[in-house]
Design a protein around this ligand. Structure first.
Ligand code: NBP
Length: 478
């Protein structure tokens, strides 16, 4: 039998993707460095579809129908290069290697370039949805050549999640590293979404005085409205959960130090390189980092806080409504920033990414899936050259409608000493974009003063420098 596709790397993600392909009627060749994983998969799930287990690279490649489609699902980084080094010499021009691991898009660009020289298509693809998504339908973000998508796309469309309108949550994102870049920003937005939700929870607990159980109910209500999303849904589940061992709310027995695997950090690092202000995502990454500095936090615990009076109980429900407004407005800002980064990456690397389609393939399967994404697709469909999500009239209207409550929530948090880096960074971004004049004029003047960095004038073209150390006359600087 010749297999439609092969999967090498059969840990949880690779096994589940292989099963997903097989359940959709494809014949799947299997390979793993340690053959025991291959055997275990066939023993446990062999009846789900057509599998061709193999034990060597040669046997694996020989099992594949031509042009070959070979998917790598190993640990990202050097292991991926090792697997490419092992398999590429066995392939022929026209064959397709797919890397579904969480690769850095620069690695994907390098691998694509190297393999293209040998006539092999390399498709770096983002896969989101964790192990559950891999099995039942992830959101899939493939990069690579147009030809590779022609061969691979129909298979990916079959195994991908389907949005509510039935559309598969995958599309050809763009050439070389475009898919992994978009997956990276997806994860950055995921960090921001999680941080904003955490701040909402913190405020409801510390300012409104709600218990985790009551907050779970508030989140369930929100999940029936415009915040309808997977992350809000699971937040309610987590907050309603009681720890079996202690009888306490589960959230109270979890150590309050958030970890990360690095894709959020990459998003911010790349944003800095591209010069894109993703302050909401950055604050989310920093908030996790700060939480992990246990010693620093212990040493700071006695620093004085405010003497704000707690919210009277009769105002708690109204405050919860205001927090919903603040959360929604801040969410619009983090998506605005994330899409700005994708747009900037697309321009820098010549990817021509369709932003509306990116929003559309995030509607199902992935961690940030949300009703809200339909609105983003509609915004870009209406105007593909939209300079920013905030310039969409509907989002502008909504954020305008939310702003009074948003400001109230941020100022309440400040007065009560509850940290809301996500909410306040989002609000600062909004106010900075709105501003008629920014104090950047002063910054430029200072730069000219100490470093003769020159400035542009509002009333004339050209670059200028003031002779600060002499008579303060102005000279043209070309
Ligand atoms: P892991 O990231 O834990 O990787 C384990 C697999 O890599 C095993 O099959 C292992 O083979 C193989 N491997 C390693 Br490690 N080094 C190798 C080498 N030098 N040569 C050949 N194979 C090697 O697996 P995972 O959690 O299933 O994730 C797979 C990929 O999917 C990763 O890139 C991950 O970032 C990405 N991803 C994960 C998720 C998620 O929710 N877990 C979501 C989206 C994407 P062995 O069995 O012989 O040790």
């Amino acid at each position: 039998t010749s297999a439609d596709i092969g999967v090498t790397g059969l840990a949880v993600m690779g096994s589940n993707l292989a099963r997903n392909f097989a359940r959709n009627g494809y014949t799947v060749a299997l390979h793993n460095r340690t053959p025991a994983r291959t055997t275990a998969l066939v023993e446990q799930h062999g009846d789900e579809g057509a599998f061709v287990p193999t034990t060597s690279a040669e046997e694996f490649v020989a099992a594949l129908e031509r042009p070959r489609r070979l998917m790598i699902m190993v640990k990202a980084g050097e292991p991926t290069d090792a697997v490419i080094r092992e398999f590429a010499p066995l392939l022929e021009p026209g064959d397709v290697i797919i890397d579904g691991g969480n690769a850095h898009f620069e690695d994907t660009r390098r691998r694509e370039r190297e393999l293209r020289e040998r006539g092999i298509h390399f498709v770096g693809t983002g896969v989101s949805g964790g192990e559950e998504g891999a099995l039942n339908g992830p959101s899939i973000m493939p990069g690579g050549s147009v030809e590779s998508y022609a061969s691979l796309g129909p298979m990916l469309e079959k195994i991908a999640a389907k949005a509510k309108d039935g559309a598969p949550c995958t599309t050809h994102v763009g050439p070389d590293g475009a898919g992994h870049f978009v997956k990276m920003v997806h994860n950055g937005i995921e960090y921001a979404d999680m941080q904003l939700i955490a701040e909402a929870y913190h405020l409801l607990r510390e300012v409104a005085g709600y218990t985790p159980g009551q907050i779970a109910e508030v989140f369930r209500t929100w999940n029936r409205g415009r915040l309808d999303s997977y992350l809000i849904e699971i937040t309610a589940e987590v907050l309603a959960h009681t720890d079996a061992a202690t009888g306490k709310p589960f959230v109270d027995v979890v150590e309050d130090q958030a970890e990360q695997k690095g894709t959020g950090r990459w998003t911010v690092q790349i944003a800095l390189d591209l010069g894109v202000p993703v302050s909401g995502i950055a604050e989310a990454v920093f908030a996790r980092s700060l939480s992990g500095h246990a010693g620093l936090r212990a040493a700071s615990r006695d620093l004085p806080g405010p003497h704000g009076a707690p919210l009277p109980q009769e105002h708690a429900a109204a405050f919860a409504d205001q927090v919903e407004q603040a959360l929604y407005a801040s969410k619009i800002v983090s998506y605005t920033q994330g899409f700005h980064q994708i747009q900037a990456g697309s321009e820098t690397y010549g990817w021509d990414i369709d932003l509306g389609k990116v929003a559309a393939i995030w509607r199902g399967g992935c961690i940030i899936r949300a009703a809200f994404l339909d609105r983003i697709t509609a915004a870009y469909d209406g105007r593909p050259d939209l300079p920013s999500l905030l310039s969409d009239p509907k989002f502008a209207d909504e954020i305008g409608g939310a702003q009074d409550d948003w400001r109230h929530v941020v100022s309440s948090a400040v007065k009560q000493g509850v940290p809301v880096p996500g909410f306040s960074a989002a609000l600062a971004y909004y106010d900075a974009l709105r501003a008629e004049r920014l104090p950047a004029a002063l910054t430029q003047a200072q730069r000219d003063f100490f470093g003769a960095h020159t400035y542009r004038r509002t009333d004339r073209d050209g670059a200028f420098h003031t002779l600060w150390g002499q008579d303060r006359s102005e000279v043209s600087a070309g």
